[in-house]
Design a protein around this ligand. Structure first.
Ligand code: COS
Length: 382
């Protein structure tokens, strides 16, 4: 990591309370001691990270039981800190939250029992929404859930499911047919050992993490597996995404901060011909743009998180702005940091090379950048 200390002045912004500053400091200490994890075997690394984050108590923040509140600022602070040290650790944390988001927001007391295990790092969760024919267009979901005498029978396919293959339980969205399109979907809690559920394919991506295509061949679920009411699945999915999209922005922010730190360390190195790269005004211009993007992203992210934590019922527009801007800006910051490293930037195994691969998927998952533009445009036109 860059030798320079990261700028933490943002923690003094009025969005935060003392408990947030304490959380950020505790996680920073933990991360310095435990990260980056050994990534040799991605599945084992993720399982180990979930267990370690659970034991250390940080996964408590990934969900909330009755009488508690999900604190979006804490989620964002944790994601940005973990992503700055080890993007796979951020992934491991994030999926426990996204996977259980529907249960945290809409679960029955019986379903909430799973939260004890996911928040202790003893069970791994996943969010199964995307399908081969329904990515950005959730209303086209084709997986079906038919009523049976004792509950539901699910058939279809889900793809690009993070934690697919290592998850202990999935929250899955399927068509129950109360109405066409978005109004005919429902959400279910589906344990990974359900008969008829199989991993059809493990998917390799440019920044490795557990990812799979799932096949559902008549998976039988009890009545108690239904989350919320029949027909509410689309709104449940969107409400979960509203909470977690700012946290994707936060992960991107952590990666951008790391890239800026790496760039600052690099441009301070003495050059053979005398001076440093930082002496050049053109380099200073790049550093200024990077710092500006980092702060602007942080402001949008913590605006969205603070607004939700103040009790807003919807933060659709704020969440979309935070995710869109922070992920696009992080890609640019990381690209510039890589450029400032010259040939060393594209060397496999260098920090900026890894960040360059790690950031890419964040502009796609949980609503691609153009989906966020659609959401923002609709809100300004409304
Ligand atoms: N919170 C609560 N309700 C919401 C909502 C939100 N954020 N967004 C939409 N709704 C409601 C709408 O109010 C509407 O309700 P009514 O039928 O009562 O009017 C209903 O849901 C349908 O909304 P809309 O017409 O906007 O749906 P669209 O089919 O046009 O879809 C987008 C909108 C494209 C924004 C949505 O499909 C989406 O977010 N796609 C990306 C999905 C995604 O992130 N995938 C990644 C999976 S996780 S890796």
């Amino acid at each position: 990591m860059g030798t320079r200390k990261m700028d933490k002045s943002f923690l003094d912004w009025p969005f935060f309370e003392a408990r947030h500053r304490e959380l950020a400091a505790a996680l920073e200490d933990w991360s310095v001691k435990h990260l980056p994890a050994d990534h040799g075997d991605t599945d084992a690394a993720c399982k180990g990270l979930v267990a370690a984050l659970g034991q250390a108590g940080f996964l408590r923040h990934s969900g909330a039981n009755e009488g508690e509140r999900l604190d979006v600022r804490s989620l964002c602070l944790i994601r940005e800190t973990l992503a700055r040290h080890d993007p796979l650790a951020d992934f491991a944390f994030a999926m426990q939250g996204l996977g259980m988001g529907a249960v945290t927001l809409f679960g029955t007391p019986g379903q909430r029992k799973w939260l004890e295990r996911t928040r202790a790092g003893q069970a791994i969760s996943a969010f199964a929404l995307t399908e081969p024919g329904a990515g950005s267009d959730v209303a086209s979901t084709a997986t079906t859930a038919e009523r049976t005498p004792g509950g539901w029978r699910l058939s279809g396919e889900k793809t690009y499911i993070s934690n697919g293959g290592i998850a202990d339980l999935y929250v899955i969205f399927a068509r129950t047919g109360e109405a066409p399109g978005a109004r005919g979907l429902s959400a279910f809690l589906m344990p990974a050992d359900s008969t008829g559920l199989s991993v059809a394919e493990r998917i390799e991506v440019i920044a490795p993490h557990p990812l799979a295509r799932l096949k559902l061949a008549g998976v039988e679920l009890p009545e108690a597996a239904l989350i919320g009411q029949p027909g509410e699945g689309f709104k449940i999915a969107m409400s979960v995404l509203d909470v977690f999209r700012p946290t994707v922005g936060a992960a991107a922010l952590g990666m951008a901060r790391r890239a800026l730190d790496e760039a600052l360390a690099r441009v301070a190195l003495p050059r053979a011909g005398g001076g440093t790269l930082a002496d050049y005004q053109i380099v200073q211009g790049h550093l200024a743009d990077m710092a500006l993007k980092v702060d602007a992203a942080a402001l949008l992210i913590y605006r969205a998180a603070w607004t939700k934590d103040q009790g807003a019922t919807r933060i659709t527009r704020e969440a979309a702005m935070a995710k869109l801007y922070a992920t696009e800006a992080a890609q640019e910051v990381i690209d510039t940091a890589l450029q400032l490293h010259g040939g060393d930037g594209v060397r496999c195994g260098s920090t900026v090379e890894a960040l360059y691969r790690d950031i890419r998927a964040l502009r796609i998952y949980e609503g691609a950048s153009d989906v966020q533009r659609v959401v923002i445009a609709r809100s300004v036109l409304a």
